[in-house]
Design a binder for this molecule. Structure first.
Ligand SMILES: *[C@@H]1O[C@H](CO)[C@@H](O)[C@H](O)[C@H]1NC(C)=O
Ligand SMILES: *[C@@H]1O[C@H](CO)[C@@H](O)[C@H](O)[C@H]1NC(C)=O
Ligand SMILES: *[C@@H]1O[C@H](CO)[C@@H](O)[C@H](O)[C@H]1NC(C)=O
Ligand SMILES: *[C@@H]1O[C@H](CO)[C@@H](O)[C@H](O)[C@H]1NC(C)=O
Length: 352
């Protein structure tokens, strides 16, 4: 069996308090962060096993000797890892960080995603319920395998809505192609926590929805998406935003509504992978490529990348990536697991 070409993974989960542009300030807000973090540590072994199961399943199905990209239906078939995740009541076996059998697949350490700011580009009415969020955006194929566990039980959470949104290959969010007219010549901020940032672009094309979408986790607590690798814009490390809604209702127009928000966070990519993708079309056409360039993870403004590793640096907000085919241009699959409190409903104090 060929080795799995693991591109990189070594991540540390995140938990952050950098609100998009606002940090939790009240003692109560800080306490919420603290207790989530403590609970998440407790679940770390379960998360490691959860992720390892998903990777094992993937490896058996797709990567083991298969030269070409399989059809999406097969990729996204449900029940795939029913046999690798234990039956209910078997919590202890899930709580083992030992992935000793993982010889081919690189271990994932124990990954969780902490709370960070939602930033200025969320569209509260209008994220469609769909798995393929790419629309006609050009870029490197990226499949996302996002697991959600409940930090209270360390068990995977089925039927919670995972909502994601991201910039396109040249750093633009749907509906927001241009800066405010009076800020056309604005230069990114110099120095300080907001270094590199521009004023948020306004929403001028309300009907655009590319690279935004939400999908419920399956019976195994996993939501899978088809998208493209995100591009960069000034001041921010390359990232994908997420929110998790345990209680939600689909609307007739294909979007959803929810009265329970359990998580707000951001996912990142290994800087070395970003570096390679910088050299691929259409990422090479990013208008700031030769001026400000891509912000490296460790220079992320507002400390978002840093904060996403949690107060003690124990979280990993970085996707673990594998090649989908024989070469990188055939695309990547990224795995990550979020630990959320399914019974909590937070005010979005991370809102920017
Ligand atoms: C994962 O692999 C690294 C490097 O091989 C090793 O140092 C680490 O202890 C492993 N972690 C787990 C949870 O097995
Ligand atoms: C979908 O319907 C809801 C409820 O009527 C509405 O608030 C929302 O703006 C609609 N979204 C879109 C994209 O049409
Ligand atoms: C990204 O979106 C912007 C704004 O809609 C658009 O001008 C640009 O062409 C898009 N980038 C790519 C690579 O399609
Ligand atoms: C989860 O939320 C419930 C309800 O708000 C709360 O009682 C509990 O302490 C929270 N657990 C953690 C680990 O934050």
């Amino acid at each position: 069996m060929p080795a799995i070409y693991t591109i990189l993974f070594t991540l540390l989960p995140l938990l952050c308090s950098v609100a998009g542009h606002k940090e939790p300030k009240t003692p109560q807000e800080i306490e919420v962060q603290r207790s989530l973090q403590a609970a998440a540590y407790h679940c770390a072994p379960a998360v490691a096993e959860f992720t390892a199961s998903r990777k094992r399943s993937w490896a058996q199905k797709v990567l083991a000797g298969r030269p070409s990209l399989p059809g999406y239906e097969e990729l996204f078939a449900s029940g795939t890892y029913a046999d690798t995740i234990n039956a209910p009541g078997d919590d202890q076996s899930l709580l083992s960080c030992s992935i000793a059998q993982e010889t081919e697949i690189r271990n994932n350490s124990c990954v969780l995603a902490p709370e960070v700011t939602e930033g200025p580009y969320y569209h509260s009415a209008g994220h469609p319920i769909r798995q393929n969020i790419a629309e006609l955006q050009d870029g490197l194929l990226l499949l996302l395998d996002i697991g959600v566990i409940d930090v209270e039980t360390c068990r995977p959470l089925p039927n919670v809505l995972v909502d994601i949104w991201q910039a396109n290959a040249t750093g633009h969010y749907a509906g927001r192609p241009l800066p405010h007219p009076h800020l056309r010549d604005e230069k990114p901020q110099v120095g300080g926590k907001r270094a590199g940032l521009l004023t948020a672009f306004p929403r001028t094309i309300p009907e655009e929805t590319f690279l935004r979408g939400a999908w419920p986790t399956d019976a195994n607590g996993v939501a899978q998406f088809t998208t493209i690798f995100p591009g960069y814009y000034t001041g921010r490390a390359t990232h994908v935003h997420t929110k998790v809604f345990p209680r939600w209702t689909a609307l007739p127009n294909g979007t959803f509504t929810s009265d329970q928000l359990a998580h707000v966070g951001q996912f990142f990519f290994d800087d070395e992978v970003n570096l390679r993708i910088d050299h691929m079309h259409p990422y090479t056409t990013n208008p700031i490529r030769n001026t400000f360039g891509r912000t490296r993870n460790w220079r992320d403004s507002l400390n978002i990348f840093e904060d996403s590793h949690g107060p003690e640096g124990q979280y990993n907000p970085v996707f673990k990536l594998d090649l989908l085919g024989g070469v990188i241009s055939q695309g990547l699959i990224g795995y990550i697991t979020m630990g959320v409190n399914a019974s909590a409903s937070y005010d979005n104090f991370w809102k920017g």
